[in-house]
Every structure is written in structure tokens, then in C-alpha cells.
Write a protein that binds this ligand. Structure first.
Ligand code: AMP
Ligand code: MG
Length: 416
């Protein structure tokens, strides 16, 4: 179980306001004694899961010395002088294909016909390419020789028995899974999926499928976040889409807090009349970790601890919700899963176009990076807009107090 050193502060009622993104992340990581258990699952079920333990190789790969070519296993030193005009002629004593083992031992003047993947016969130390011979059956003419140990694939040259094949914390993808299969592994220990409750708030919200009424909009945040959590290997649980109804919000949070690891809500965190998350925090006595993060969009993000679980209340504006979700939740997810690959990565890029606005507050701009060239995603960039999230593969991180950005400027970019 991981308990962060800050957990001694758990009892304090912390009221941090208007803090930096980095301070907010530290508070989130530091105030939860989150224990992510592991489970063993079938290898083929493990795509997108996080390895919970180091996996050691059980055997060498390849398990035996083998031929990298179709040709003839020989004693290399006996062939080194061979040429088209003066071929070396050897007696072919056996044939070995991939999957079989020759029982013969190669003596001086002999060769064994061998196919790619075939185990190297005893006494041989290299393979002549079939193309450099007359492909003879009983005897073979060799037109181009090799040295000893040439064209030879050693047991364990991919990896050795006992080596760490994969380290814990690896996010498993196709090649990890293939690598584990190459070692005969059928089951893998992975972290249990983090269970994240999602609650959407807003009198204006309707679920897709219903007929849109005057003044209403469809709830997109629930869908964005559910899909994103799935992509990130978490289990999303939709606990409800509610009106700006304090009692209902309190009931849902209280009802689900025991069953999930984290609760994420959207909407109702600003200073409007219907911003219900503040009274909910007060009345449930959710210990506030912070409110307001020095970043746009998503400034009014609110976070607290309730019954030892994290409650992360994000702005309802679709882009703001998405951006603060990435910036606040990803580092937490990565930290508690001990999985660096789930965290955000920063790189430096170069602007391909201008961005006209000044940034008195730190600003995150939806962008697309290719190589080190950074362009804004197409479409409206207000925090209520969602279409500009399409093709977004990074955010430009513009420091507070910056002027407009010009084409060619170096910028800090946070990769998604
Ligand atoms: P709020 O954070 O509640 O002040 O909402 C800010 C803006 O985001 C408003 O325009 C809301 O209508 C919109 N909004 C809130 N929740 C959602 C949601 N789940 N899906 C789409 N838009 C939302
Ligand atoms: Mg609202």
C-alpha cells in the first residue's frame, strides 16, 4: 500500500485558493492514501492495463542457438576461402527445419542443410546462405564463405533467463503482450482498474437520445470523460446526471463514495447562483484541498477529500473540463498506479502560426504538434467549445504574463 508522506495532514481543513497547477497536483497526490490492488488476468485481456509486478524471463529467447537463414550449417573456418571459381565442397549429412533438432554432429568437411529458425547442429558455428551455394543435396558447392560464428543466432540474444523482461508500471500494449507470449506467459499481474464515479450537474443538461428542449444542451462531459477514462485503463461509473440540486448531489456522492476510488463531477464550481458544488462540499463536510487553479480554462476547479476519497469537481465547460481532467487527473492516475507512461510529458515546440491574445493568466491552448511544429487546432477556442478538441494532441502551456505568440516562437507543450 502506498501512503504518501503528506498523509499526516489528512485531518487538517485545508483551504487553498488560487494555487498553481503544480501545487494542485501535489495536493491531490499528497492527501490520498490510495491503495491500488492488483489482480491476475489472462494475457490477451491485458491490453491497456498496467503491469503490477516486474516480470522475469523464465527462459532464454531464443531458447536455443538457431539459424537466421535458409542455407547450410557449417564450420565457418572451413569455408572462408570459398569463391565462385574455387568453391568449397562439403558433404551434406542431414537436414534440419524449424521445429526439429538434428541428431547428427558436424565433422570436418560436412554441412547440414538448415532452414531459418532451425536449431544449430552440434559442431557447426555458422550458416552459408542458400543463395551462395548450388543448393546441393548430397554435396554442396559453396561459392561464398563465412568466418566462424557468422550468420549465427545465439540463445538468449533477445533476452536471457532471469532478466527483467518488463518492469512494473509498464502500460501494456501489443508488443509487451507479444514479448510476454514469447516467454510462454499466459497470465499477468496488473493493477486493478481505478474506479472513477462521474457525476454531471446542470439544470440545462439532457442525455443524448432525448429530444432537445428549449434552453437545454446535451451532456457531453459525461461521455468525454467516460471514454477518456476507458482509454486510460480506468473503470468509469456514471453515478448520475443531476439538476443543480444540492440535496441530490449530496445523496449521490455519499451513496457512491464507498464504492469508488475517486469522484469526478462537472459543473457548478464557479461563483454563479446555481454553483452547487460549494454548498455540497460545505454540507457534506468534504475537506477542501483547493479551489481555483491559476490556469485558463478551468480555473474554478475544486477538490476535496470525503471519507478518504478524492472528490474532483471540474468546471462544466466542455474544453475546460477536458483540459483540467488531463492536467489534474493524469498525474494522479500515473502516481497511484506507479506508471510513468500515464503521466503527461512536456516538450518544447515551435509555433507554426500566431496566437493573437495576451495571457495575463497561465493559459493552455488546444494544439496539434507534429515533430516540433505546433499549430492551433481548428475551430473556436473558447472554453465552452468542444470541436477544437478534435485532433488536439497537446496543450501549449503559456506562462502568466505572456504577450501574443508569434509564428516561430518556442513554446512549452504538454503532450496528451
Ligand atoms: P458550469 O461549470 O456549471 O458553470 O457550466 C459552464 C458551462 O458548461 C455552461 O455553459 C454549461 O451549460 C456547460 N456544461 C456544464 N455541464 C456540461 C456537460 N456535462 N456537458 C456539456 N456542457 C456542460
Ligand atoms: Mg452549471
Amino acid at each position: 500500500m502506498y501512503v504518501h508522506s503528506h498523509s499526516a495532514d489528512l485531518g487538517k481543513d485545508i483551504k487553498m485558493e488560487n494555487i498553481s497547477l503544480e501545487a494542485a497536483v501535489e495536493l491531490l497526490q499528497g492527501h490520498v492514501a490510495l491503495k491500488i490492488e492488483s489482480e491476475t488476468i489472462a494475457l490477451l485481456e491485458s491490453t491497456g492495463r498496467i503491469l503490477a509486478e516486474d516480470v522475469l524471463a523464465r527462459h532464454h529467447q531464443p531458447p536455443f542457438d538457431r539459424s537466421p537463414l535458409d542455407g547450410y550449417a557449417v564450420k565457418g573456418e572451413e569455408t572462408s576461402q570459398a569463391s565462385r571459381n574455387e568453391p568449397v565442397i562439403l558433404t551434406v549429412i542431414d537436414e534440419v527445419c524449424a521445429g526439429y533438432v538434428s541428431s547428427r554432429e558436424l565433422m570436418s568437411g560436412q554441412a547440414i542443410r538448415i532452414m531459418t529458425g532451425g536449431p544449430m547442429p552440434k559442431g557447426s558455428n555458422g550458416v552459408i546462405r542458400q543463395e551462395d551455394t548450388n543448393e546441393g543435396m548430397n554435396t554442396v558447392e559453396i561459392y561464398k564463405g563465412i568466418k566462424a560464428n557468422q550468420n549465427y543466432c545465439y540463445a538468449g540474444e533477445d533476452y536471457k533467463a532471469g532478466q527483467v523482461l518488463l518492469e512494473k508500471g509498464e502500460l501494456l500494449s501489443a508488443y509487451h503482450i507479444g514479448l510476454l507470449a514469447s516467454n510462454g506467459i499466459t497470465e499477468v499481474p496488473v493493477k486493478k482498474k481505478l474506479k472513477v464515479a462521474l457525476m454531471s450537474t446542470g439544470d440545462e443538461l439532457m442525455e443524448p437520445g432525448a429530444t432537445l428542449q428549449a434552453g437545454k444542451i446535451y451532456n457531453s462531459n459525461l461521455y468525454t470523460l467516460t471514454a477518456r477514462l476507458t482509454e486510460l485503463g480506468c473503470q468509469a461509473v456514471a453515478i448520475g446526471t443531476i439538476h443543480d440540486d444540492i440535496d441530490k448531489g449530496m445523496t449521490l456522492i455519499d451513496q457512491y463514495v464507498k464504492d469508488v476510488d475517486i469522484i469526478i463531477t462537472t459543473g457548478g464550481v464557479s461563483v454563479g447562483k446555481m454553483d452547487i458544488m460549494h454548498p455540497i462540499f460545505e454540507r457534506l463536510k468534504i475537506k477542501r484541498l483547493f479551489w481555483r487553479v491559476q490556469v485558463r480554462p478551468g480555473t474554478p476547479a475544486l477538490a476535496g477529500l470525503y471519507k478518504d476519497k478524492l472528490v474532483l469537481a471540474l468546471s462544466g465547460n466542455p474544453s475546460a473540463a477536458a483540459i483540467t481532467f488531463e492536467l489534474l487527473f493524469r498525474p494522479v492516475l500515473s502516481y497511484f498506479n506507479e506508471c510513468p507512461n500515464l503521466n503527461l510529458i512536456r516538450v518544447t515546440g515551435k509555433m507554426l502560426e500566431d496566437f493573437k491574445k495576451k495571457s495575463p493568466t497561465r493559459r493552455l491552448i488546444k494544439a496539434y504538434i507534429e515533430g516540433d511544429k505546433v499549430s492551433l487546432t481548428k475551430g473556436n477556442h473558447s472554453s465552452g467549445a468542444l470541436k477544437s478538441m478534435i485532433a488536439c494532441n497537446c496543450f501549449i502551456d503559456v506562462p502568466a504574463g505572456s504577450g501574443p505568440l508569434n509564428s516561430g516562437d518556442a513554446v512549452q507543450v504538454i503532450l496528451l
